[in-house]
Design a protein around this ligand. Sequence first.
Ligand SMILES: [Zn+2]
Length: 68
Amino acid sequence: MATKKPAKIASQKKGKAWKRSCPSCENEMDMARVLRANGPSGMYWLCQNNSCNTLVTTAGAVAGTLDI
Ligand SMILES: [Zn+2]
């Protein structure tokens, strides 16, 4: 029997849940691997607006802004 693929992969292929707009400036966000000193590191949505840099967790919660 073929192994059933996780639903996550299927939604990626559709190109849906893989793009997100920033909750504060509505710019496009991209997935980024973020290392944080004061919080958990891992994959976050990062706002592509350089003056915003809002971080959102993969679960959709705002995780503050990235200090660059
Ligand atoms: Zn933003």
